[in-house]
Design a protein around this ligand. Structure first.
Ligand SMILES: *Cc1c(COP(=O)(O)O)cnc(C)c1O
Length: 370
């Protein structure tokens, strides 16, 4: 069998959630973001170790239904929140029927909520009302947010005012303060007529960078999975452990002569006679083809690990590495990312972020839990 595997470390997930909680006041709750199949980790694998989260956040109805089914199977009773809300009136009815929490970020969603109301006591009765504080992605502006809050409050809904940082990964970015101020002002105004209104502003970066802005709910994503949310601090520096190790195997070795080329386009040439290895993973598995100067970690025949560079182009099913001088055979294990190299290293060598590498893994690697 082709041994290309995503190993999920449940203890790392539990550790990262506990680390996040240790940064919060005891009254602040955590929504664990499990959209995009738990950032590529697999919902079924990620939920059990994250069961101490207070709610689970997803991006669409199919994800919500999948998460709910999984939670039911595990006998975990936690709310599921649609962080973009519903996409049609029918979906609003389904959200009510399923008891999902919903964001409301635009007028149509507001109209649906005012036209059909959930039974009192339903989790859907709490609306995550989205304020656009400067990211200009989702949410009502400073005036509309007050009108929307008034309408929902009068209709009997409870409110959680919510907004999203655009630049929280960079603590000194001037937009952060503007967003915090606009959010604070709207919250103060809404609490004048709806004093029970709660608030939620922070993603992972906000949790680490803006300790005074945690409010009632934080929404943690990348940090749970052990990727860094910050532009200038590594995950290990923050105490986060990678929840995912991507491994493959050496499937061939060759002794090549100086000046021979390797792989598509012959973009890499040997300087000397040397040994190269072929590894059973490629962009068809989700490993990025565009990496520059990336390394893998290989296990030799004496249980020692070595970081070695990828040579030539990454192909769909394979990539080649420099194994010169190593005592190593076909079948030996290769780590593409885990503790080292870290997914954030490979991401920067691919010109992207750890989030994208996690989410773009395909269904071809098998996922196992450790
Ligand atoms: C995905 C998402 C988050 C989590 O962001 P991270 O940077 O992964 O922590 C938080 N809030 C909203 C609205 C999101 O869509």
């Amino acid at each position: 069998m082709r041994n290309t595997t995503i190993t999920i470390d449940s203890q790392a997930l539990t550790h990262n959630l506990a680390l996040i909680k240790s940064k919060l006041a005891s009254t602040t709750k955590v929504m664990a973001m499990v959209k995009a199949d738990a950032y590529g980790h697999g919902i079924a694998h990620a939920l059990p170790p994250l069961q101490d989260a207070d709610a689970f956040g997803v991006a669409c109805m199919s994800e919500a239904l999948q998460v709910k089914a999984c939670l039911q199977q595990l006998s975990i009773d936690r709310p599921v929140v649609l962080i973009e809300g519903v996409f049609s009136h029918d979906e609003w009815q389904l959200a009510i029927q399923q008891g999902f929490g919903c964001v409301i970020h635009q007028q149509q969603q507001l109209d649906w909520a005012l036209a059909n109301q959930p039974a009192s006591g339903s989790f859907t009765q709490t609306i995550w009302l989205k304020h656009n504080t400067g990211m200009n992605r989702l949410g009502f502006d400073d005036e509309q947010i007050i009108t929307a809050a008034q309408a929902l409050n009068e209709a009997g809904y409870r409110l959680i005012l919510t907004s999203h940082f655009a630049c929280a990964d960079d603590v000194s970015h001037p937009l952060n303060k503007q967003q915090i101020d606009r959010f604070g002002q709207a919250l103060k105004h809404i609490r004048q007529f709806a004093p029970q209104t709660l608030a939620s502003l922070c993603n992972s970066a906000g949790i680490f960078n803006f300790a005074n802005e945690h409010h009632d709910w934080v929404r943690a994503g990348i940090a749970l999975y052990g990727g860094t949310p910050l532009a200038n601090q590594s995950a290990s520096h923050l105490g986060l452990r990678p929840a995912m190790t991507l491994t493959a195997q050496l499937i061939a070795t060759h002794d090549i002569k100086a000046e021979e080329a390797v792989g598509y386009g012959s973009i890499w040439q040997a300087n000397q006679d040397q040994r190269i290895g072929v590894v059973s993973i490629g962009y068809g598995d989700g490993y990025p083809r565009v990496v520059k100067n990336a390394q893998v970690k290989l296990q030799d025949n004496h249980q020692h690990w070595h970081l070695r560079p990828i040579i030539g182009r990454v192909a769909m099913d394979m990539l080649m590495v420099d194994i010169d001088g190593l005592d190593i055979d076909v079948g030996n294990a290769v780590i593409l990312w885990g503790d080292a190299p870290h997914i954030d290293d490979i991401a920067s060598q691919a010109g992207t972020i750890g989030y994208e590498l996690m989410c773009r893994l395909t269904q071809r690697p098998i996922r196992v839990v450790r």
